[in-house]
Write a protein that binds this ligand. Sequence first.
Ligand code: 5GP
Ligand code: MN
Length: 342
Amino acid sequence: MIQPIIADSVIERLRSLINGAKNVVITCHLSPDGDAIGSSLALCHVLHRLGKNATIVTPDMVPRSLSFLPNMRDVVVYTKTEVKARNIVEHAQLIFCLDFNDMHRIDKLGELIMLNPAPRILIDHHLAPSDTFDLMISFPELSSTCELLYRIFLQLRMLNLIDHCAAQCLLTGMMTDTGNFTYGSDNPDIYEIQASLMRRHIDRQGLYNMAMNTFSADSLRLQGFAISEKMQLFPEKHAALITLTRDELKRFNYRKGDTEGLVNKPLAIPGIDWVVFFRQDPEYVKVSCRSRGDFSVNDICNKYFNGGGHLNAAGGEFYGTIEQAEEVFMTLLNEVVFPDKE
Ligand code: 5GP
Ligand code: MN
């Protein structure tokens, strides 16, 4: 039996905010991943069934790899159709912020949302949420926002509104944020939730293949190149670094999403317990970090890379050249004290 974790007062406030609004906007973080877009689609679906005029507005494009999810065509992308997005946000009477902890994580869309006095509800599992929300449902100890959303529906007594489509979306987010139930997956509740979603006739293998195991030939070659030629190991510091420059990305016809999962790979090497990946994007160097155990990459991204995330998975942005980013990495390599294991 899954025990309730959200205070009844919070659930009742959520219920009354939903009851009081007709036009609802749902948004999620930049470069939406399976959890961000999966939770948004599932919530949108349920709100439609409640008769709400709900729309998902994302700050930027959703990767092609997630285009199989139901109702993806209805998602409004701010960077693609700015006027339409503005109009929808301006008319919102309630705004859901899913899978991020601070308005900076949604870029210009955040500034637009802050102009609207409509209540903002946070549903998230990242560390250190900011206090710019009217109702905060933040549980960093949970595996995914999709897990949290399921628990919210459970406590709202709305599980009957989760149909096949919404279940597909929720399971996708739970899968992608845990590496298909590998890390952050020790709470038995998540398997009960999975079982309940599976009862909505999910093709689990198909979902896994579409959400997590579909890569273009270019992408596979790029990842192979990155590991073969661009991975540096620092065994005495238990660390690995991967860098990819613009030219290298171009050589493999890089498209958004092509490096998904790459940062996890060096953790397979015994003795490597934390990994930093720098990708030279047009505007900045995108930083992605992973670790295992108590070593906090959230702290590293917070301190050095204007970012954050979770204890073992975090990201950020570095404004400078990739060489400068590497210098910062070398500095932090000297600074970190890794708890030595027997
Ligand atoms: P990824 O490395 O897969 O892009 O992100 C890992 C985790 O860190 C995700 O939970 C993501 O939301 C968070 N994250 C990624 N980039 C940033 C960033 O620039 N700023 C913050 N605050 N979090 C990030
Ligand atoms: Mn998430």
